[in-house]
Design a binder for this molecule. Sequence first.
Ligand code: NAP
Ligand code: G4F
Length: 323
Amino acid sequence: MAKRALITGITGQDGSYLAEFLLSQGYEVVGMVRRSSTVTFERIAHIQDDLTLVAGDLLDEVSLIGILREHRPVEVYNLAAQSFVQTSWGQPVLTGETTALGVTRLLDAIRIVDPEIRFYQASSSEMFGKVREVPQTETTPFYPRSPYGVAKVYGHWITVNYRESYGLHASSGMLFNHESPRRGLEFVTRKVTHGVARIVAGLDDKIPLGNTDSQRDWGFAGDYVRAMWLMVQRDEPEDYVVATGKTHSVRDLCEAAFSHVGLDWAEHVFVDERFLRPAEVDLLVGDASKARVELGWEPTVSFAELVAMMVDADIELVRHSGR
Ligand code: NAP
Ligand code: G4F
C-alpha cells in the first residue's frame, strides 16, 4: 500500500518540490490549500492531476482535524507559514497566528486524531538571528530579529514540546535559505535574477535593494526537501540544521547574477531605503554535520550553479511572458 502524506503549504516553493519528491517515492500526496479568490496553483499545475487537494487553513483547527480524519495521512509536513520576513513587521499578529500558533493547531489535531502520525516542522535559520556563534548548529542559542523569527522559535519549541509531552514523532528542520526558479518574487535572490532577466529584455534598467551587506547560506530548494523526508524516516524524531556551510553577501549574489549575462551589477543596482529592515540578520552560515552523518544528506547544487539556474529560468520566463 502506498504511504499517504499531507503537505501544508503545497502551493509554495518547498511544497511543490516536496510533492514532486514524495510522488517519485510512490506516495499518495494530499495537499492542503487555503481559500483564495484567485487560483494559486502555478507551482503545482504540472503535477496537479497526481495530487489530492483539500481545503483548510492553519488559522482554523476544525479544518485541520477534518482533513486528518478524512484522509488519514501517516506523515504530515507543515510547510505553511507567513514566510516573508519583511511582511512580519507590518503583520506581526497574522504572522504569529499562522507561523507560530498554526503549528500548535496542527500538532494538537494530530494528537487528537492519530498520535502515530509522523510530523515535520519547517523551522528556520532566522531563529538564530543575531548569531551567538559561527557557524550555527543545532545547539546554537536562538536570538530572533523579526516577528517572523520569533514566531518560528515558538513553532520550533512547541514541536519539541509535543514530542516530549505526548511522544509524537515530531522533527524540526532548521533550514537555511533555499532558493529556486520557483522562489517568490519578493525574496532577494529571485528579485535579483528576475530583475536581471528584465534588464536583459530591455524592460527595466535598475533594481532597488535594501541591505546589500547581509550574508546568507543559500542552497537549492530541491536538495532541502530531501532532507525533510529523511528526517521523517528516522526511527527517532530529532532536529537538524540543513545548510551548505558557505555564505555569500547580497552583493556577491548581484555580482554572480549580472556577470552570468555579461553585465556589471554596480551599474544596475541601487539602495532604496524602503527595503531596509527595522532589525537585520547580518550573517547566517550553517554547520550541517549532523544531517550529513545521521541522514546521509548533502547539497548537490553550488551557489554559482543556483544563481545561473535562476537567471536562465527567468530569462526564459520573461521571453515567454513578456514581463
Ligand atoms: P512560501 O513559498 O512562502 O509558501 C508558503 C505556503 O504557506 C504557501 O503555500 C501559502 O499558501 C501557505 N500558507 C500561508 N498561510 C497559510 C495559512 N494560514 N493556512 C494554510 N496555508 C498557508 O514558503 P517556502 O519558501 O516554500 O517555505 C516553506 C516553509 O519553510 C515555510 O514555513 C517557511 O517559513 C519555511 N522556511 C523557508 C526557508 C526558505 O529559505 N525557503 C528557510 C527556512 C524555513 P498560498 O499559496 O495560498 O499563499
Ligand atoms: O531573501 P530574503 O527576504 O530572505 P530572509 O529574510 O533571509 O528569509 C528567508 O530565509 C529564511 C531562512 O533564513 C526563511 F525562514 C524565510 O522564510 C525566508 O525564506 O532576504 C535575504 C537578505 C536579508 O538580509 C535582506 O535584508 O537580503 C536582504 N535584502 C537586501 N535587499 C533584501 C533586499 N531582501 C529582500 N527580500 N528584498 C530586497 O530588496
